[in-house]
Design a protein around this ligand. Sequence first.
Ligand code: NAD
Length: 384
Amino acid sequence: MIRDSASSSAEDEPETTITVALGERSYPIVIGEDLISATGRWISATVPNARCAIVSDKTVAALHLAPLKASLDEAKLYLGEAIVTPGEASKSFPVLATLSERLLELGVERGDCVVAFGGGVVGDLAGFAASILRRGVRLVQIPTTLLAQVDSSVGGKTGIDMPQGKNLIGAFYQPALVLADTNVLDTLTPRDFRCGYAEVAKYGLLGDAEFFAWLEQDWSDIFTGLGGARRRAIETSCRAKGAVVAEDEREESGARALLNLGHTFGHALEAYAGYSDRLLHGEAIAIGMRLAFTFSFEQGLCPADDAARVKRHFEAVGLPTKIADLLGEIPTAEQLLRLMAQDKKVKGGKLVLILVRGVGAAFVEPDIDPARLTQFLEKECKGR
Ligand code: NAD
């Protein structure tokens, strides 16, 4: 499913290219240092003659826009930029409308390119704009958060939020190229870095026990950027995500559902916290994954030691693991269950959860006993 142009280790190649194999919609994910200043060259090579309109947010633009703009200028590809307000609130119809107008004003034509330069918010918003502008213009993702590099920029899910819930309006729209420059991550806040790390750990927990064991040992090098650890973590995550996407692009066969490990619990917690700074997405997912492991253990599916390892590791990294870690008031089991019932994996009113047989062994469980789940959440919501 996935072909790698660089099979050697991260240290001895300037960059690694992983191909997401989707037939005529296949695309490369390029991972390495200082890629932004070479963007013009990468885009010319991948999407020849496409002029580029950059979409970014104010924070990312202030820190990193200059070298990107210079590189596109030098390659004579630069059309202009549209800068949105940072934060989830920008994934909305009003912002999409303003952005679309701006992209049209900049003269983006059918063969041109929208360059999504930011975290998951910018990637989802700009990706959706690219999918509908002139019925679809080219898209290049240049993710600038760890979460976006290992997750949201790969796989083609784009969209905006609605009052009824997150990501309810959107499209599957694959990029033509993903450029993951590991250096830009140095300016992330520790909290945002940790949130991305939760998604990195997810790949180990759902299907790669060896990767998780390596993370347990070397996680601090990923945070400091020492040696090739950060790049190895991003490469392994992108390979895992790319393989799942190649197998189940539109979440039809079930393979892609495994990527939702921890997400049913996590999304409910995020919704309860009002998608605010009280609990960021990666933090919610960390709590969700710990809950999935503990619940699996209590159902006799997973060894106690594996559930304990997940909790221990997230605590070591500084990620929350308990519902009680939520800032402010915490939900009741009833409130959480009501929010979990909104999950997109609910089928015929029945909740489907991703559970585990151990570290690296997630599976889809369509037959959840509601009484046991309620009992479990009642205990967890008491904060133990
Ligand atoms: P984000 O885009 O809000 O970025 C977090 C913060 O970091 C923002 O304030 C941003 O301005 C700042 N930032 C970004 N890059 C920076 C850098 N290099 N240095 C300093 N600050 C920087 O959040 P996120 O965590 O990247 O993404 C979350 C979003 O991704 C959510 O909307 C979620 O729904 C979406 N998501 C989408 C997918 C998908 O498959 N499409 C998958 C997972 C998450």
